[in-house]
Design a protein around this ligand. Structure first.
Ligand code: MRU
Length: 347
């Protein structure tokens, strides 16, 4: 099944907190529970959050008892503010919500039920398009992987981080489907362990050769000359190519440059925020310290110990060899190539 989908008038998603131990789906009956699922990371990964939020807006329209367009729009605005507040960094969330709100306020619909149907159609279209976009990024990005390579990957950017197929892990999947023979090193990605729990689970099923690494081991293998390429995802790419991604990405980028290893991010244009000139303007989520002290409820130190838990960091554009988008690989200067990619031009 897909990571998130519309099922029987509700939003159905895989509970990513339970993987790899159990494959559990949850059915969410209202937009409030979709927002809560984004906050507690039942669903996570920028494109998956974007599609979930779009379905959440369709759900809000269904929940609303409004009999006029004006009242329905008021209810949708309320839902939009709740959904957008669920997590701050991935711009796909606001992108998905605003796409649906744009339809609501377009003035195109006079009948609330017609608008409800149009919103569900759009959410479904966003979900379907996400899969197609990921496959296109996979086709462009697979050319970066050569037989015999070892590729370093951070966090989870696979089917679970999207509606299906994946971004950076989608590139890895595409190269595997082309019968290339290569090995993947998966950063475990503390504190929530998306690399060891989610990416390893996905590569197990795909039959891709991999090893999980402690995050602290990436530099060791780079220095030994084992790593030929680094592929990561992105939660928000600023107009100049600076980008936010899972905490730890920045230090990998610096190590890759030091060791002369090409470093790419793989991100759909829905992750590009041309309204932000540079990465220092990206809001960075800080999550609860309990995730550091007791991952998944298992204390590794006493709970009164102090900790900090930034969920993302920003990598400056100078570390990037390129940004793989659905319209081709954007190269420096990114302010120009990203503008073209977002406008839908083939690069
Ligand atoms: O906190 P998460 O798990 O939502 O963070 C996910 C990432 O940082 C991914 O690398 C990013 O969303 C791109 S995945 C398609």
């Amino acid at each position: 099944m897909r990571t998130v989908e519309w099922y029987n008038g509700q939003v159905r998603m895989i509970d990513q907190k339970k993987i790899p131990w159990e494959l559990v789906v949850v059915d969410l009956p209202d937009y409030q529970s979709v927002a809560a699922a984004i906050t507690d990371m039942t669903v996570r990964g920028a494109p998956a959050i974007g599609a979930s939020a779009a379905f959440g807006m369709a759900l809000a329209a269904k929940q609303s008892s409004a009999t006029t367009i004006a009242n329905l729009i008021a209810d949708l605005r309320q839902a939009a503010s709740v959904l957008k507040a669920a997590r701050p960094t991935a711009v796909n969330l606001a992108w998905g919500v605003d796409k649906l709100l744009g339809i609501a306020i377009s003035g195109e619909f006079q009948n609330p039920d017609d608008l409800r149907a149009a919103l569900l159609n759009e959410a479904q279209r966003i979900a379907d398009e996400d899969v197609a976009i990921n496959q296109r990024m996979g086709a462009y990005g697979a050319a970066l992987i050569q037989d015999g390579d070892t590729v370093l990957h951070h966090c989870n950017t696979g089917a679970l981080a999207t509606v299906d197929y994946g971004t950076a892990l989608g590139v890895i999947r595409a190269a595997h489907e082309q019968n290339k023979h290569f090995h993947v090193l998966l950063d475990e990605t503390r504190p929530r362990l998306q690399g060891s729990r989610l990416s390893a689970w996905e590569l197990e099923q795909l039959g891709v050769s991999y090893d999980i690494l402690p995050d602290t081991a990436a530099g060791f293998y780079m220095q030994k000359g084992e790593i030929k390429l680094v592929l990561v995802g992105a939660d928000r790419v600023a107009a100049n190519g600076d980008f936010a991604n899972k905490i730890g990405t920045y230090q990998i980028a610096v190590l890759a440059k030091e060791n002369g290893i090409p470093f790419y991010t793989v991100a759909p244009t829905s992750t590009v925020d041309l309204a932000l000139a540079s990465g220092d303007l990206i809001p960075i989520e800080e999550r609860d310290k309990s995730e550091v002290l007791a991952p998944y409820g298992n204390p590794i130190v006493p709970m009164h110990f102090k900790a900090r838990n930034p969920a993302f960091d920003v990598t400056p554009n100078r570390y990037l060899a390129g940004i793989v988008t659905e319209n081709g690989i954007a190269r420096p200067p990114f302010s120009e190539s990203l503008r073209l990619a977002v406008a839908g031009e083939t690069l």
